[in-house]
Design a protein around this ligand. Structure first.
Ligand SMILES: [Zn+2]
Length: 214
């Protein structure tokens, strides 16, 4: 592992390499960002968003948290999403989990890890929802499958939000995708989540616009 001051040296070298390759690189970036993709991924250090999809700075708007969760009480995630959809007008939201996710593994266990247990609690509910399928599997296969199911459920959580439904109602082009990254070989697999309109969300979550209670 490098010493902390070496990180700053590496940064100088990186900035120099960028400028050597493309003298206008930073001048262009300072003007505006216009990414078409919002990435919601895990904080895991082995899953660096831009790098694994070959995206340069300016091309990917990124939100990461432990186990790539979309909680409806998380102002951080909701703010990122709203800004991405309404201001940047991204065309795609990608929820990308990864196999071997420590957050998913922790949620499947009975161990206590502290405050983070609250954050991961809803993964236990994903487990309960698919318990029939998951209990048929061996231990490792169960973690793998729950990593996939968690991605799918978080993608659905995105589609349940007013922000996403409003965008669809306004005719905005916006697709939600669910992907999973394999740390073992660097390959991303598409889980077949393709939510692009209100009809892809269960009816009970459909919003009809604001009504003032009397
Ligand atoms: Zn993870």
């Amino acid at each position: 592992m490098p010493e902390i001051k070496e990180l700053l040296q590496r940064n100088r070298q990186w900035a120099k390499d960028q400028t050597d390759r493309d003298p206008e690189f930073f001048a262009r970036l300072t003007k505006q960002q216009k990414p078409e993709y919002l990435w919601i991924g895990c904080s895991d250090s082995r899953v660096p968003a831009n790098e694994i999809v070959g995206m340069a700075p300016g091309e990917l708007f990124v939100h990461r948290n432990i186990a790539n969760m979309v909680h409806h009480t998380d102002f951080n995630c909701l703010s990122v999403m709203q800004f991405a959809v309404e201001v940047l007008r991204v065309k795609h939201i990608i929820v990308c989990g990864h196999y071997g996710c420590g957050g998913v593994r922790a949620a499947l266990s009975h161990d206590e890890f502290g405050f983070v247990d609250n954050w991961l609690r809803t993964i236990k509910e994903v487990y309960i929802k698919y318990q029939g399928e998951l209990d048929e599997l061996g231990e490792e296969a169960q973690v793998r499958r729950l990593c996939e199911l968690n991605v799918i459920e978080q993608a659905v959580n995105l589609a349940k939000t007013k922000c996403v439904q409003r965008a669809w109602d306004n005719g905005q082009e916006l697709k939600i995708h669910g992907w999973i990254y394999d740390i073992a070989d660097g390959i991303i697999h598409d889980l077949g989540v393709d939510m692009h309109c209100r009809d892809t969300v269960p009816g009970i979550f459909h919003m009809k616009g604001k009504r003032i209670p009397r």
